[in-house]
Design a protein around this ligand. Structure first.
Ligand code: AMP
Ligand code: MN
Ligand code: MN
Ligand code: MN
Length: 271
């Protein structure tokens, strides 16, 4: 069966509209789809989404920290009308807007560009990919990848620490709105095995319920490792493409059949 519990629409830093994502999911025969925009649930505000042939599960990807390390928690299957999740979105977006101002200032100082925020003048709060696009457009870098490498990626000047909700708050908010908290892309944090186990122990103690055992294109070895961690920590298994835009490397949908492990508890059984 094909599922996708992690992808982005143009309500955050994805390219396609929610309806376009759903249309592709239908063509790809995806049975469960969740659109998990960064700190935002407005993809679900459209009541006219045609979800024929698939089950659309509410979703969000919340930014937070674990021991000063920036991590992402996906929330799935919550009530989009819950005050808990709606307040969280407001707080995260205030934090995002403040951070955008600081990133702009820092980039201006470093690159000599002027009025970066005005240049972006978008309807959305600029996220790091928007700053990367601007640096590319202005000829400061030759690719958005280079923009992340030099200016926006981990430890660089535009990687501004932010006052996100805490990990405990994020997990509570998801649970209180009736959803399931998933630790997103566990290998993306480049932790040692010991540290990753510590993160999972803390996540579980705080009320976290699931682990993303597949994130986008991933080799079998990594998947096997994450299955083992998932079972060791007695978490549900989730999987998602983390699709942002069409590329050679990324497409919507994960085939759950690639996991040959009958004792794994998949998250879709909860919906
Ligand atoms: P933000 O949520 O504003 O902190 O932006 C983070 C987003 O930037 C991630 O969700 C990715 O979509 C994107 N991103 C992070 N690192 C890179 C990178 N090295 N190259 C391109 N995009 C990236
Ligand atoms: Mn993103
Ligand atoms: Mn993420
Ligand atoms: Mn994501």
């Amino acid at each position: 069966m094909k599922v996708d519990f992690h992808c982005h629409s143009n309500h955050s830093d994805g390219e396609l509209s929610p309806q376009q994502l759903i249309q592709i999911a239908r063509e790809e025969n995806i049975k469960y789809l969740s659109i998990t925009d960064h700190d935002c649930i407005s993809a679900y505000h459209n009541n006219n989404l045609n979800t024929d042939k698939l089950q659309l599960i509410s979703g969000i990807e919340l930014s937070t920290y674990w021991r000063k390390l920036s991590i992402h928690i996906v929330g799935l299957g919550f009530d989009i009308n819950s005050q808990h999740i709606q307040n969280a979105v407001k707080l995260q977006n205030t934090a995002r807007a403040n951070r955008a101002g600081i990133i702009a200032q820092k980039l201006e100082k470093k690159t000599g560009l002027k009025n970066i925020l005005e240049e972006l003048h978008e309807t959305k709060i600029p996220s790091r990919p928007d700053f990367a696009e601007l640096l590319l457009k202005k000829g400061i870098v030759n690719s958005t990848n280079e923009a992340f490498k030099k200016y926006l990626g981990s430890g660089k000047i535009g990687d501004v620490k932010n006052i996100w909700l805490s990990l405990q708050e994020v997990i509570d908010i998801i649970a209180n709105s009736g959803g399931i908290a998933v630790l997103a892309h566990p290998l993306y944090y480049k932790l040692t095995n010991t540290k990753l186990n510590q993160l999972l122990t803390d996540f579980k103690l705080l009320g976290g319920k699931a682990l993303e055992i597949i994130n986008g294109y991933q080799n079998r070895q990594k998947t096997e490792y994450l299955i083992q961690l998932c079972q060791h920590h007695d978490l549900l298994a989730s999987a998602g493409s983390d699709f942002h835009f069409k590329s050679r490397w990324n497409r919507l949908g994960i085939e759950t059949g690639v996991v040959k492990n009958d004792s794994l508890n998949w998250i879709y059984d909860e919906f």
